[in-house]
Design a protein around this ligand. Sequence first.
Ligand code: CA
Length: 259
Amino acid sequence: MVWPCRSGCGPRPRRPKSTDERRFVSARILLVEDDAATRTAVARNLEAHGFRVTTSDDVAGALRAWDAERPDLILLDLGLPDLDGSAVVRHVRRDATTPILILSARADERVKVATLEAGADDYVTKPFGMDELRARIGAVLRRAAGPAADPTGIVKLGPIAMDIGARRVTVDGTPVELTPREYELLKVMIAQPGRLLTKGRLLRAVWGTAYADEAHYLHVYVSRLRRKLAAADATGAVEGLITAEPGIGYRIGDPATSH
Ligand code: CA
């Protein structure tokens, strides 16, 4: 018996991979490091593990590469010959939430906090092992991908569902009316469940760079957001979902989900 189909009967074409799936296969990494030996060793190792790597040895080159390529992740040394690497963090954060992993010999806690405040995602202290570095890269890429949206594009956390396309929020099916800022605040937080987001980072993401020090805005909006979500919640599961880290920032969901 001859199989009757001439065409179109083979295995169904695979659904194209989503952007997030592609990221894990061959994320594009911008490596900014002025030490040639470190730069070469890290780039080679990452390429051998399937990442696509672009390198730069100073801030000016990093900003050109950022503008030209919009990589999926930036590995950033802080001590660079032209400017401090934190200039790259500030520049990138004007436009994007692209993950930034700091590579630095500096053990200074203030520098660490300041760089995280400026919007870096995580910190690896030199000397680091490549296994550790790749694990950290994987963690920040997973966090950046956010919670898996279902096929209709709805992001869920506990009883909260955000329909990003329709800009609609429900708690256990009950609609919640949010102002545009409240909506943005929830969207930024729910995209990174479990992650501690500094006040500065939330303020920049939701209000803009000029508001980075206006912590009272954030306090007021977080309170309103909690109240509105709780008012729609018959399950009790929203209670305690958004937690404050005094002096540092806020997180939504269980911190264990961030790693
Ligand atoms: Ca350096």
